[in-house]
Design a protein. Sequence first.
Length: 218
Amino acid sequence: MAAPVAVVYRGPATSPGCAEAVAELLAASAWRFRVRLAGADELAAGALRDAALYAQPGGGDLAPAYRRMRRHRARIREFVRSGGRYLGFCLGGYLAGATPGFGLLPGDTDQYIASAGASVPDESDTVVRVRWRDRPRHVYFQDGPHFWFEPGAEPTVLATYDNGTVAAAVVRFGAGAVGVCGPHPEADESWYAEHGLSNPDGIRPDLGHDLIDTTMRA
C-alpha cells in the first residue's frame, strides 16, 4: 500500500525553514508520508485532492499570515470536514482558531505569554517546559498559542504549560481531525544552535510523532 500524502504549506505565511522542518518530521514518522510542499497556487490548484494530511507550519504574525491564507479557508475546512487531517504548529495552531483563522477548533487560541502565570515573559526564542502525557518535557518555543475549548468539546489534550493552559491537543472536526501545538516539537538542532539554546531532554522527535499519530488516529 502506498504511503499517505502530506501537504505542507510553504509560502509567505510562514518563515524560512519551518516548512522543511515539518516535512522532515512527517517523513520520518511511522506513517512515512510522501510529503509535498505547496504554496498558495498549488493549494488553489487542488493540492489537497489526494492528501491525507495538511500541515500549516510556524512563521510570523497571525494577522498578516491570515490575510495571505484566508482565501483558502473554505478549502481547508472542507478538506478536514471530509476526513482530512490538519496539523498546526505555532502559527499554524493560531490559524486553526477563529480570531482570525480557519475556525477548525470548538474554541479558540490566545498567546501563551499573555496568559496568567505564563513561564515565558516575552516573544524571544526559548525553551518551554510542558507536561506531555503527564510527564515533564522541554520544547522549543517562540510566542506560540495556548488553546481553549468550549464546554462539551472533547479534545485529547496531549500537553499543558506550567500554568495549566493547553499546549497541544487533538480534536475532531467533521469526519476529520485537527492537531495543534503551541511549541515547536519539529525544531531540529539548528534551531537551538542559532539562538544559543539547549534542551535538557535532548532534541528528539517523539513529541511531534505523538502529535502526528494521535491526529491520524482520531
